[in-house]
Each structure stands twice: as structure tokens, then as C-alpha cells.
Design a protein around this ligand. Structure first.
Ligand code: HEC
Length: 120
């Protein structure tokens, strides 16, 4: 009986913790093979798919603070955005209220920054 009570408490603690924030990760792996990403070919689609619903031209109405849907907008906030998409401490987890981007998407974005944020 004690065992059952203990497992039940562990279960409820686990459920309690996971219900606060989405921790599921996207499983898209198609961007794993992209070693030299450019904005036009790779990053634009990533942002359009996962970010522009809130960070597009109506970003102010969405309370999203920053506009990220053009090359020059994104460049200004890219290194911050990396902290957001990696869910680092001190950064609001992005995309908000959605699954974390796949590891492949995150490493593609990081490579893009490290290679000087090429447009084409
Ligand atoms: C469902 C709406 C929504 C989506 C989708 C979304 N964001 Fe946000 N974003 C917000 C809101 C709202 C804020 C303001 C801070 C907050 O409320 O957490 C924000 C803040 C930010 C900030 C400002 C820094 C900060 O910590 O305040 C950055 C950078 C950012 N988001 C990047 C992204 C990126 C990159 C994506 C796509 C991978 C994304 N966001 C997707 C709603 C969204």
C-alpha cells in the first residue's frame, strides 16, 4: 500500500511540473543536413512557420515585442532569439505555447548566426 501511495505522489508531482510548460520537442529532422544556411533559402521558412504568426507585422497586437519576419528585423534580435529557442535560463521560451523546435532546426539557426547571418 505504501508503495502505491509513493508512486502516486511521484506521478502527481511529475504531472504537476510538466503541465506548466510544453516540453515536447519537434521531431523535424530535415534541416540536419543544412551546413551553410542562408536567410533566403532556410531561415525565412523557419521563421515563417514557427514565429511570424506572433512576430509578423501585427506583432504589437500580439504583445510579442519584436518583429522578426524580415531579414533586417531578424538580424537585430537573432542572438537573443537563439536563447529563446534553446529555452535558456532568463529567456522566454519560444515559440510561445508550442513545442520546442527540433535540435536540427536549432543547430541550423545557430550555424547561421555563427557564419555571419548570410542573406543569400
Ligand atoms: C504564439 C505567439 C508567439 C510565437 C509563435 C512566437 N513568439 Fe516570441 N514572443 C511572443 C510574446 C508574447 C513575447 C513577449 C514575451 C512573452 O510574453 O513571453 C515574445 C518575445 C520574443 C522575443 C523577445 C525577447 C524576450 O525574451 O522578450 C524574441 C527574441 C522572440 N519572442 C523570438 C521568437 C522566435 C525566434 C519565435 C519562433 C521560433 C517566436 N518568438 C515565436 C509570442 C510568440
Amino acid at each position: 500500500m505504501k508503495k502505491i501511495i509513493i508512486s502516486f505522489s511521484i506521478l502527481s508531482v511529475t504531472l504537476g511540473l510538466t503541465s506548466c510548460e510544453k516540453t515536447e520537442t519537434n521531431t523535424n529532422t530535415e534541416n540536419c543536413n543544412v551546413t551553410t544556411p542562408t536567410y533566403t533559402t532556410n531561415i525565412k521558412t523557419l521563421i515563417a512557420t514557427h514565429c511570424s504568426s506572433c512576430h509578423g507585422s501585427s506583432y504589437q497586437n500580439k504583445g510579442a515585442g519584436v518583429k522578426l519576419d524580415t531579414y533586417s528585423d531578424l538580424k537585430n534580435y537573432a542572438s537573443d532569439a537563439l536563447g529563446n529557442i534553446k529555452h535558456e535560463n532568463g529567456y522566454a521560451a519560444m515559440p510561445k505555447s508550442a513545442n520546442k523546435l527540433s535540435d536540427c532546426d536549432i543547430s541550423m539557426f545557430e550555424n547561421w548566426i555563427n557564419q555571419g547571418m548570410k542573406e543569400n
